[in-house]
Design a protein around this ligand. Structure first.
Ligand code: SIN
Ligand code: CO
Length: 383
């Protein structure tokens, strides 16, 4: 399959990623959508599934947003056309959708957000807007006409009277109609507007990065959770001041030195970031195994041909530094040393674990224990 239209992943990353849009006709030839509109509607009625309905003209009000979960009756109250149902995290609930992610492993696991599905009857759209994410918009069913192009930001004029950030004067630069299997890549900040030409399902494979706010609050919260965070600064060298009101420059130097020492602790930063970046989006999906298994039971299942795979909502990543490798699974860190270190890249390479390579690790009781822990915490299961 030629999902980048004849480009290698490296060429795509160099020429398009975070730079400019790309239309790829028949990225997934013969694609058939693993879910239909009724299944999406069903999911949007479930607690724990994040869903929204956007209506272009809702009793005279523009672009109104309704948050799920919905009742079945909600759907009979919708207009004939010009609305959209959005279901977030579809990869968490539908294994065939999660499998699509294996085609996108040229982007690091930690960059993945999720796969969102939209269903719209003719004319349905979520309005002209831009996102902060990199997104691959895969046309899964029906046809959608996309207009896209031009950089937008928080200063771009917006429609009043709607909770959504709908662009009011943006025009777009290109228009293309996508059919099942076609895909549009958009970098963050690119204006876009996709209108359903008929009953239409689009899958958004989204990739995120943290904001500076996420980094600062996340890392400082992590540092503050450690025991030395309760220590007070000291000043045994305090001098008499001319004015007691002065906060002397030396005090600020001292504060800066203390904070810099914490922020420059690279090992802590890596440990926090791995945990942060692999924390599951939905705690309703990654749940401890209903029946925890023993190390022996894990070893038997692995040896007797069982295929181990990530939970659909699980996130795996690892970081190698010095003489240790930190493996992160669903926000939990596991430190590996020596011969155990190659287990991390093996577990992180893709959703289905290479079982013959894994066999080399299951004889070590500590690693067998780690694998059993991953199973029992709900991060992996035998298919
Ligand atoms: C949609 O699928 O209708 C919206 C996806 C997007 O514009 O990000
Ligand atoms: Co968008």
């Amino acid at each position: 399959m030629d999902m980048l239209g004849g480009r290698s992943p490296s060429d795509f990353l160099r020429d398009y990623w975070q730079k400019k849009p790309l239309v790829i006709h028949q990225a997934f030839p013969g694609f058939t959508c693993p879910v239909d509109a009724d299944e999406l509607a069903g999911l949007s009625c479930e607690e724990g599934v994040e869903s929204r309905i956007v209506i272009e003209n809702d009793g005279g009000k523009p672009w109104q947003l309704h948050n799920g979960p919905f009742s079945e009756e909600r759907f009979s109250l919708l207009p004939e056309q010009d609305w959209t149902l959005l279901v977030q995290g579809l990869d968490h609930w539908v294994p065939e959708i999660a499998d699509l992610l294996e085609h996108f492993r040229f982007v690091p696991n930690w960059r993945l957000d999720d796969i969102m599905a939209s269903y719209a009857p003719t004319g349905g759209s979520v309005g002209p807007h831009y996102d902060q994410y990199d997104v691959f918009l895969l046309q899964a069913q029906g046809r959608r006409r996309w207009t896209f192009g031009g950089h937008c930001d928080q200063n771009s004029p917006r429609v009043e009277g709607t909770p959504l950030r709908i662009l009011s004067t943006w025009q777009g630069e290109e228009t293309v109609t996508l059919e099942p299997g076609d895909m549009l890549y958009l970098p963050p900040g690119t204006g876009h507007h996709g209108v359903a030409e008929d009953d239409c399902i689009t899958l958004s494979i989204g990739f995120r990065t943290p904001t500076i706010d996420d980094l600062l609050t996340g890392f400082t919260d992590y540092l503050c959770s450690r025991s030395d965070a309760a220590n007070h600064l000291n000043d045994p060298d305090l001098q008499v001041q001319d004015n007691p009101g002065t906060i002397a420059p030396g005090v600020i130097d001292r504060l800066q030195a203390v904070l810099a020492e914490k922020l420059e602790d690279k090992r802590s930063l890596a440990l926090w970031f791995g945990q942060y970046a692999t924390t599951p989006k939905s705690l309703d999906v990654v749940v401890p195994a209903a029946e925890p298994i023993s190390n022996d039971e894990f070893a038997t299942a692995a040896r007797s041909g069982g295929q181990l795979r990530w939970n659909e909502g699980s996130r795996f990543a690892y970081h190698e530094e010095g003489d240790e490798t930190a493996l992160f699974a669903d926000g939990e860190p596991f430190l590996l040393k020596g011969d155990a270190r190659p287990l991390a890249p093996l577990l992180c390479a893709g959703a289905r674990i290479d079982m013959s390579a894994l066999a080399g690790f299951t004889d070590d009781p500590a690693l067998l224990g780690l694998l059993t822990t991953l199973h029992n915490q709900g991060s992996v299961y035998f298919e």
